[in-house]
Every structure is written in structure tokens, then in C-alpha cells.
Design a protein around this ligand. Structure first.
Ligand code: MCN
Ligand code: CUM
Length: 806
């Protein structure tokens, strides 16, 4: 056969395995209108549900009158909290140990809150029904500022918690207080700060924003009264967890619930949480005996589903005169809105924010976080955050810049002298993590060289001269960031959600002709899992990636897994995939040895076959082995070729990166132009470089939006000021900067293929890079700290406040 004379290199290239920029197999469907999203699901007799939402941010619901709505042709039911109460479904547990109203029970706590669910024959009748429901509200005083919420006489938001001094995460010291979380050594840190040569003290605010996936959240519930089986299609980033939670809440046996995440039009964390719409669709289907669909509008999505950030981070960082950092202290006030519906692992009420020592070797540190209720939408773990790592990275990368100003030092040099050194890994951080691997100096030097850092600083100095001499009105900012991520939750001993340990899984079946199907416990929302996970299998067992079907998201067929968020798919399910493939390879080795009539140890794996050691002309290809496993009786070996792996990672993975943004700023108009954006990522072993680059482009663009204009803003009455795309900034191709991507490769020592996650890195790293560029442009004129988003008006204000317009 022609195939057999090919060199190992040629055969390897044919597999399109790890390291290959294999084209996304998903896109054949997506670009030809063959995607299958929740709203594409149409079932016989399907009804549609829609919400009556509160126009007020804080009000008592005096009465709800559905009479007029029910008189509208096509409107079948109006469900309120009173209807859900007998079922115990008027409130639901949140993933953060709090509880949340499904429908307004006595009062509303944020504008846009779900008050009643109108079920109708179609979308139009549902909308008419929503408009016709009459609700009497009595307005209550509104708090949108978490600091005011903690004042002694602040209005009581959560009356259901009145008098409760214990919360899910320990004592509550005020009626609007949710939790306090403390990590690190408080006394030692305060001592170091008191004795330090230099201390920088700053409030760093990371504003509230929103993931804004292209597809909004939605679900179709179909209760089959004959079989007793509930099928639930929905925009779920964790379908198995949804099945278990749905079973626990509803009392329906878990085997009678089938949860399916079909194609998801972007998740970005927005689709991790459990929303009232899912519950109401299920209840409505049970009540009516018909399938019920609920799909949000864009406005609903921006107003009521998981936001991101809203962290007020007060930091103090100390150093010697030479710039060696000696300690870090941080107190964060976290605005969680009306209910604590974050989705962090149980032990971590503020996620992994204790990665806030970043890339630096900081001997002592202390972090405390206070979670606070306000009259805003709940949620909070969203937008490529890796569980609040974005906030942590922004905090430390701003604090480093502030410290550099205090010290009168170059910020690149300050970073370099404080980086954790390569020989310090595995590194134990002061706030409790063990960083698996890193080589920060190499990445940093490569990045600075790539952008000609020294040349840029010289150009900037000249620009400042020219500005002062009246020769130009444009300033130049150089925004530096070196971030360290923590992704891949996680060891089951540390990480669970509602008691479900955060392992993940992969099941592989090889067909007789040598092609395969693999199923995972994760679910792609655009990350290209069908493309990349097949590549892992291709490299591990020598079957071409093109011959492997990859399936996710159907709980009736996929092995149990905790889903896709926190960039955990590669670190956890990717590891499971490699382990399952290795089980198959081990069995294949026995089959090959039998067929070749040698001992198991006398054959070795080579790309796509087992070869007899020392006799390269004697081999069996994986295709031949697969066929033999189905058609030959092999003593001591079961027929068939399949394996499953449930993988509990020993540690998380710590990807990192060096990002540099060069920005021109017009002092008179506040306009900016990104001249260069250089992004170096190290995510360990790279499975598909093209997909990684796509992840970086997407995440950096989101970071650009957040840093330069995007905001979920409220007025003092709690009115949502940015609930449409007229007001909520989403960059188009016109605004999006050009990116230069680069990489280093420092494999994870504990991951079977050495891979770390990458999905969230560009968002974590780019926001501080953009923000630092704005700050750096004005550093020479005295700017120390200014809050995001740096929109045109706010940049103009900076210049105005610094007296640059006179
Ligand atoms: N990859 C790789 N080599 C590596 C690491 C990753 O080739 N060393 C590939 C993976 O195989 C996968 C992709 O990069 O195809 C992302 O992998 P990973 O970093 O493991 O992240 P997840 O698959 O777990 O995706 C989650 C992450 C998160 S948490 C958010 S939020 C986010 C993000 O992914 N949401 C996204 N990227 C997104 N991209 C799209 N298009 N849509 C979203 O909703
Ligand atoms: Cu926190 S956004 Mo992603 O983890 O789905």
C-alpha cells in the first residue's frame, strides 16, 4: 500500500493532531446556516413564555392583576410567585449558597426583575399579555452604591434574611452584608506595610459590565406526561449540573430528565447561572402539558442575566527604595446586586481573587472581600473571568503601575525585578496557591524586544517635550501587563459547585473501520472543542482527527462533567481525553502484540501504528487493530475498543502572558487610537495555534470594549442606563484594534499533555494593558489613578483635571 511507505512525519501530518492549525470543523455548519440554537428548536404545539419585569429597582409588589392579559386571544396562563409557592419554586437556590426569587415574592430588588410569566400560543400574544398585566408597585428607597448599602441606616434589601447573622460563607455584620472572605496573613502584612520604605495606596475600581453573547439566554422545556420524561434544551454551559439541580429542585428523578445544550451562540460565563426563565419554562410545560419556549430579548439579557465585575479594590503595596516588593494588602467591596448568584466554587465566595499577587514574588499578603447586596441585577461570574481572576489581574497590574510612579521607576523594570523566577516553580504564593510552572523573564524580554520598548520610551519622552513646546496635542501611552491566570477547576478536594466535584470526563469509542466518536462532559460555546479535542485523540492514538466525531452537551449520552467555564475544558476535560485515549492505546498494544505474535513489551507506538521493536517492517496500524478488536477472538482481551476517563486534576494550571498596548491619545477630544497591541501567551502545550489565536483576538476585543467604553451603568434610582446596544459599547470591526500574537511554551508539569487553558487569558491580560496605556500617557502630567471605562469623555476629563486644556 502506498500509505505504508510514508515517513513518520508524513503520516503524522495526516493525522492533524496536536500543534496543527486545523481548520474549525464546526464552521461548515455555522457558515451555512446549519447551526441549531435554542431558538431554532420548534416542537409540535410549542407555547412561548415571556416575563413581566419590574420597572423599579426597589419596590413592594402590592398586587398583580392578570385579568386583562388572560382576556387576550392566545394568552393561556399568567404565572406569579403565588402559583409557584405551593410547589416550593417561588425561590431557588443560587450557585453561591444564597437563594433568589424566581418570580417577585412581595417585592422586587432590581430593575428588570421577573415579576410574572405569561404563557401564550406565540411570541406576539405573549408580548401583548406582558403589556396587559397590571402590577401595583409601591416604591422603596434604592441603593446602588455598595458603600452606602453598608451604612447603618441603609434600607433593608433582603427582608427574607432579616435577623440572620450567619450567611452561606460565615457571619454577616449588616443587613446588606453577604459575606467576608479573608486569606493570607493580616498581621504580618500590616507590619510590613508599616515598616516599608515606600507604600502605594490606591482604590482600583473594576466597573460592572456584561458578557453580551450574540445569542441571549433561553430554554425549551418539554414534559412528556406519558413517559414522565422532561427534556430541557437550553443555553447551558454546564448541562449535567443543570440536570442534577433540576432533579433536586423539582423532585423529578434524574434519569427522567434529559438536558441538552445545542449550539450555543457564545457563553462567556453568561450561561453558567440558573435563571428564572428556565424554571418558569419547566413549570409552564408541566402545567400545560405542552412544550414551552422562553428566549430573552437583548434588553432582558443586558438587564437581568449575570453581569461581570463591580469590584471596588482598595490596595496597598509596599517596597524597598530599590523596588523590591515586600507586601500586598487588599480590601475589596464586591457589589453582588440583589441576590448572590455568583458561580464560584463553594469554598471561594470571591472566586480565585487570591491570585492577586499576580506574577510577583510577594513574601506576605492579605486579602479580604466583603460581598454586599445592592439594587442591581444578580450574577457576577461572567465574561472570561476565570472566577474573578480578571479583577485580581487588573488590581495587581494597576498597583504595580502606581508603585512605579511612587518609586519613580520604569514599570517594566519594576516588574522584572519582582517576577517569580523560573527556578522557583512550583511556587507557593502568599495567598495559598501553588503555581505549577512559568518562565516570566523569558516571556517579558521577548515582549519588550518585540515592541522595541526602549525605542518606544524614547519616542514618548520626545512626545512629551513636543507637547510641552506646543508642537503636538497627542500623547503616547505604553500599557504594560504581565498576568498570571489560574484555570482548570479543579481538584475535587478544593472545588465543587453545589457539592458537585469539579472533575471532567471523556468517553471514546473506536469503530471497527478505525474511525471514532468521542463524548465529553464539557460544552463548546464557540471555543472549537469539536476541532481541538479530536486533535488530542489523533496524536494520542493515531487516528486522523478528521475521522473522529466529537459530541458534547447531551446528558443522555455524554459522560458526567461539570461543563465549560473558567477555561477548564483543556486543563480538565482535555486531560480526560488524553487519559481515555491512553487506555485505548494500552489495549491496542495488547491486540497488536497478539496479531504480530510477539510479547506486549516488544511492540512500540509510532504515530499511527504499533511496530515490532527492531523490525520496523513488522507493524499493525490502528485501523487494523480496530478491525481486529471487533472481528477476532483474542485470548484474554474483551472485544471492542473503547474507554472512558473521569479526570480529577491534581492542581490547577497557571497560564500567563505579557501584553503591551501602545496608544495615541488626543488631549483635546479624548479620542484614542491603538497603534500596537502585542499579546504573548503561554498556555503550555498548544493544541491548535489558530484556535488559540482566535481566542486571543476575541478575548482582547472584549477587553478593549471593557477598558475603553463598555459599562453597565445605573442612575441613583437604579434605572439601567445601558440596556440597549445604542448605549452599551460593543466594538465592531471599525473600532477593533489590530493584534500581534506571540507565544512561549512552558508546559504544565501535571497535565498529561502539558496544556493549560487559554480562553480567558486575553480578557484577563488585555484590560490592564489598555487601561495602563491610558494612565501611562498622562503619567508625566501627574495622573496616578482613574477609573474605567476610559471612554472619550472620561479621557477628556482626565486632561481637563490635569490642566492640559488651558
Ligand atoms: N486550546 C488549545 N491549546 C491550549 C489551550 C486551549 O488549542 N493549550 C484550545 C482548546 O482546545 C479550545 C480553546 O482553545 O478549543 C479554549 O480552550 P480552554 O482555554 O480550555 O477554554 P474552554 O474551552 O474551557 O472555554 C472557556 C473559556 C471561557 S471560561 C469563556 S468565558 C469564553 C472563552 O472560553 N467564552 C467563549 N472563549 C470563548 N470563545 C467563544 N468563541 N465563545 C465563548 O462563549
Ligand atoms: Cu467566568 S466567564 Mo467563563 O468562566 O464561562
Amino acid at each position: 500500500m502506498k500509505d505504508e511507505v510514508q515517513s513518520p512525519e508524513d503520516r503524522s501530518a495526516k493525522l492533524k493532531g496536536m500543534g496543527c492549525s486545523r481548520k474549525r470543523v464546526e464552521d461548515v455548519r455555522f457558515t451555512q446556516g446549519r447551526g441549531n440554537y435554542v431558538d431554532d428548536i420548534k416542537l409540535d404545539g410549542m407555547l412561548v413564555g415571556d416575563f413581566v419585569r419590574s420597572p423599579y429597582a426597589h419596590a413592594r409588589v402590592a398586587s398583580i392583576n392578570a385579568e386583562a392579559a388572560l382576556a387576550i386571544p392566545g394568552v393561556l396562563a399568567v404565572i406569579t410567585a403565588k402559583d409557584l409557592e405551593p410547589l416550593g419554586l417561588h425561590w431557588m437556590p443560587t450557585l453561591a449558597g444564597d437563594k433568589q426569587m424566581v418570580l417577585a415574592d412581595g417585592k422586587v430588588l432590581f430593575q428588570g426583575q421577573e415579576v410574572a410569566f405569561v404563557v401564550a400560543k406565540d411570541r406576539y400574544a405573549a408580548a401583548d399579555g406582558v403589556a396587559a398585566v397590571e402590577v401595583d408597585y409601591e416604591e422603596l428607597p434604592v441603593v446602588t452604591d455598595p458603600f452606602k448599602a453598608m451604612e447603618p441606616d441603609a434600607p433593608v434589601l433582603r427582608e427574607d434574611l432579616a435577623g440572620k447573622t450567619e450567611g452561606a460563607h460565615g457571619p454577616r455584620r449588616h443587613h446588606n452584608h453577604i459575606f467576608t472572605w479573608e486569606v493570607g496573613d493580616k498581621d504580618a502584612t500590616e507590619k510590613v506595610l508599616a515598616e516599608a520604605d515606600v507604600v502605594a495606596d490606591e482604590m482600583v475600581y473594576y466597573h460592572r459590565t456584561h458578557p453580551m453573547p450574540l445569542e441571549t439566554c433561553g430554554a425549551v422545556a418539554s414534559m412528556d406526561k406519558v413517559t414522565g420524561k422532561l427534556t430541557l434544551w437550553g443555553t447551558f454551559q454546564a448541562p449535567h449540573a443543570v440536570r442534577t439541580v433540576a432533579s433536586l429542585i423539582s423532585g423529578i428523578a434524574e434519569h427522567n430528565i434529559r438536558v441538552i445544550s445545542p449550539d450555543i451562540g457564545g457563553g462567556f460565563g453568561n450561561k453558567v447561572g440558573v435563571y428564572p426563565g428556565y424554571i418558569c419554562a419547566i413549570v409552564a410545560s408541566i402545567v400545560t402539558g405542552k412544550p414551552v419556549k422562553w428566549v430573552e430579548s437583548r434588553m432582558d439579557n443586558l438587564m437581568s442575566t449575570a453581569f461581570a465585575r463591580d469590584y471596588w479594590m482598595h490596595g496597598k503595596i509596599s517596597a524597598t527604595k530599590e523596588g523590591k516588593i515586600t507586601g500586598l494588602w487588599c480590601h475589596t467591596t464586591a457589589d453582588h446586586g440583589g441576590f448572590d448568584a455568583c458561580a464560584d466554587p463553594t469554598k471561594f465566595p470571591a472566586g480565585f481573587m487570591n491570585i492577586c499577587t499576580g506574577s510577583y514574588d510577594i513574601p506576605v499578603a492579605f486579602l479580604s472581600v466583603d460581598g454586599v447586596y445592592t439594587n442591581k441585577a444578580p450574577g457576577g461570574v461572567a465574561y472570561r473571568c476565570s472566577f474573578r481572576v480578571t479583577e485580581a489581574a487588573y488590581f495587581i497590574e494597576r498597583m504595580i503601575e502606581v508603585l512605579a510612579i511612587k518609586l519613580g521607576m520604569d514599570a517594566a523594570e519594576l516588574r522584572r525585578i519582582n517576577f517569580i523566577r523560573k527556578d522557583q516553580f512550583p511556587y507557593q504564593s502568599a495567598l495559598g496557591w501553588e503555581y505549577d510552572s512559568g518562565d516570566y523573564h523569558t516571556a517579558w524580554d521577548k515582549a519588550l524586544k518585540a515592541v522595541d520598548y526602549d525605542g518606544l520610551r524614547a519616542e514618548q519622552a520626545q512626545r512629551i517635550e513636543d507637547f510641552k513646546a506646543g508642537k503636538t496635542r497627542k500623547l503616547l501611552g505604553i500599557g504594560l501587563t504581565h498576568f498570571t491566570e489560574i484555570v482548570g477547576a479543579g481538584p475535587v478536594k478544593n472545588c465543587d459547585i453545589l457539592g458537585l466535584g469539579m472533575f471532567d470526563s471523556c468517553e471514546i469509542r473506536i469503530h471497527p473501520t478505525g474511525s471514532a466518536i468521542a463524548r465529553l462532559g464539557t460544552i463548546s460555546q464557540g471555543q472549537g472543542h469539536a476541532t481541538t479535542f479530536a486533535q488530542i485523540i489523533a496524536s494520542e492514538i493515531g487516528i486522523p482527527a478528521d475521522d473522529i466525531t466529537l459530541e458534547e452537551g447531551d446528558t443522555d449520552t455524554a459522560p458526567y462533567g461539570l461543563g465549560t467555564y473558567g477555561s477548564r475544558s483543556t486543563p480538565v476535560a482535555g486531560a480526560a481525553t488524553a487519559m481515555a485515549a491512553r487506555k485505548i492505546r494500552a489495549k491496542a498494544q495488547m491486540i497488536a502484540a497478539y496479531l504480530l505474535e510477539v510479547h506486549d513489551d516488544d511492540v512500540e507506538f509510532e504515530v499511527d501504528r504499533f511496530v515490532v521493536k527492531g523490525a520496523p517492517e513488522r507493524f499493525k496500524t490502528m485501523k487494523e487493530i480496530a478491525f481486529a478488536s471487533y472481528n477476532q477472538a483474542i485470548p484474554g482481551v474483551e472485544p471492542g475498543l473503547e474507554a472512558v476517563s473521569y479526570y480529577d486534576p491534581p492542581n490547577m494550571t497557571y497560564p500567563f502572558g505579557a501584553y503591551i498596548c501602545v496608544m495615541e491619545i488626543d488631549v483635546d477630544t479624548g479620542e484614542h487610537k491603538v497603534r500596537t497591541f502585542y499579546a504573548l501567551d503561554d498556555c503550555g502545550t498548544r493544541i491548535n495555534p489558530m484556535i488559540i489565536e482566535g481566542q486571543v483576538h476575541g478575548g482582547a476585543t472584549e477587553g478593549y470594549a471593557i477598558a475603553m467604553g463598555q459599562e453597565i451603568a445605573y442612575d441613583d434610582m437604579g434605572n439601567h442606563k445601558t440596556a440597549t446596544l445604542m448605549d452599551f459599547f460593543v466594538p465592531t470591526a471599525w473600532e477593533t484594534p489590530h493584534y500581534t500574537t506571540d507565544h512561549t511554551v512552558t508546559p504544565s508539569p501535571h497535565h498529561p499533555i502539558g496544556a493549560k487553558g487559554v480562553g480567558e487569558s486575553p480578557n484577563v491580560g488585555s484590560v490592564p494593558a489598555f487601561s495602563n496605556a491610558v494612565h501611562d500617557a498622562f503619567r508625566a502630567f501627574g495622573l496616578v489613578q482613574s477609573h474605567m471605562p476610559h471612554d472619550q469623555w472620561r479621557i477628556w476629563r482626565i486632561a481637563e483635571n490635569l490642566g492640559l486644556h488651558s
